[in-house]
Design a binder for this molecule. Structure first.
Ligand code: PLP
Length: 396
């Protein structure tokens, strides 16, 4: 049975180019970039070339890029830096949203315990916030605004440029978790008015365990991992050269092919959405147009997302009910609840996140499997029976 992998928002397969590019750094060029001898210096050159290439993709200066162990670490370091810099000036207010990734939300929860106040903006039912909402709650003591570029579950793309402009005018540092955006849609830190940004390699066909953050010149980046002087003293530890080189190659490849990939995926995505909406009592979550080219997120009334996933997996289709981080727990996704969906509906969610390796045949197979599995599960569901008998109101 062929595997159809449509869980690319959780992680992606590495590209062949990225694997090829990293291999020499695992074999011949194994030097420590901090060493003064030739093998070390060759590694150092590769590190700095990767930094420059990544900076170019984001329209940043290489000195504004710091490597981390992934998106989560980048989020932690950016947000804590922004908060601590503010606190030194007596500013302890932070603005964010209720549908951020847990790397952001859990960092904010900790900061709240440490005496910071966080305002979580309401998400509109289409999965978007507005710059106007930020403007309404920004205060003289606001230290930081952190709002994700594109949501990992419903794929909605936030008005980052406008939000950045509001922050700039108010003199407030603006961080964005751009893990789902970088390599997928155009991201330009200058044009988008971004002060700090997080990215992760394994979301654009790079390796797992490698990420980077952008911190605009002039903003002091705090250190959380103490040790050697790597990353200009901001993040200690011998650099993952192979992984970093692979990250830069994967990102360059993603940016070079961005337009063509997006067009291809939008076609597949739109076929999936139109096909799945034919299932009665189904709903697309998140704005239809303002969304990532690769994201489909649906709810089907009267079923449990977990059941749907297991049956799809048995047919070789690897999908998700939402965030990889909440799978395994029985709580519905915090993102779908933030969009205002009732618990019963949020439980029946399905996220299909595509990549450029997916085909029309994959879409055919999914459009055959999902309606069959949904019918099968509904026929066994006591909730569905009550809905059918009119003992319970349909919510979608
Ligand atoms: C995957 C993801 C992260 C975490 O990145 P890791 O590299 O897995 O730590 C953070 N934010 C968003 C939006 C993500 O999709």
């Amino acid at each position: 049975m062929k595997t159809i992998y449509v869980d690319n928002a959780a992680t992606t397969a590495m590209s062949d180019k990225a694997i090829e590019a990293m291999t020499p750094y695992l074999k011949e060029v194994y030097g420590n970039p901090s060493s003064l001898h030739t093998v070390g210096q060759v590694a150092k050159e590769a590190l700095e070339k990767a930094r420059a290439d990544i900076a170019e993709c984001l329209n940043a200066d290489p000195r504004e890029i710091y490597f981390t162990s992934g998106g989560s670490e980048a989020d932690n370091q950016c947000i804590r830096s922004g908060a601590l810099n503010g606190a030194m000036k007596g500013k302890k207010h932070i603005i964010s949203t209720a549908f951020e990734h847990h790397a952001v939300l859990h960092t904010l929860k900790k900061l709240e315990k440490e005496g910071f106040e966080v305002t979580y903006l309401d998400i509109h039912e289409n999965g978007l916030v507005t710059a106007e909402q930020v403007k309404e709650v920004i205060r003289p003591d606001t230290a930081l605004v952190t709002i994700m570029y594109a949501n990992n579950e419903v794929g909605t793309i936030q008005p980052i440029r406008e939000i950045g402009e509001v922050c700039k005018k108010a003199g407030v540092v603006f961080h964005t978790d751009a893990v789902q955006a970088v390599g997928h849609i155009p991201v330009d830190v200058k044009a988008d008015n971004i002060d700090m940004l997080s990215l992760s390699a394994h979301k654009f066909h790079g390796p797992k365990g490698v990420g980077a953050l952008y911190c605009r010149k002039g903003i002091p980046l705090k250190t959380f991992i103490e040790g050697g002087a790597q990353e200009r003293g901001r993040r200690a530890g011998t650099e993952n050269i192979g992984g970093i080189v692979a990250t830069s190659v994967a990102l360059k490849e993603a940016c070079a092919n961005m337009k063509a990939n997006a067009e291809k995926m939008k076609k597949l995505r739109d076929r999936l959405i139109d096909g799945l909406l034919k299932i009665p009592h189904s709903k697309l979550n998140g704005d239809r147009t303002n969304r990532l080219p690769a994201n489909v997120n649906m709810c089907f009334e009267g079923i449990e997302g977990e059941g749907l996933l297991l049956h799809l997996d048995a047919r070789g289709i690897c999908a998700s009910s939402g965030s990889a981080c909440t799978s395994g727990s029985l709580d519905p996704s915090h993102v779908l609840l933030a969009l205002g969906l009732p618990h019963e509906v949020a439980h029946g969610s399905l996220r299909l996140s595509l990549c450029e390796y997916n085909t029309e045949e994959d879409v055919d197979a999914i459009l055959k499997a999902v309606p069959e599995v949904v019918s099968y599960l509904r026929n066994m569901s006591p909730v569905w029976e009550e809905l059918e008998k009119g003992q319970r109101q349909h919510l979608i």
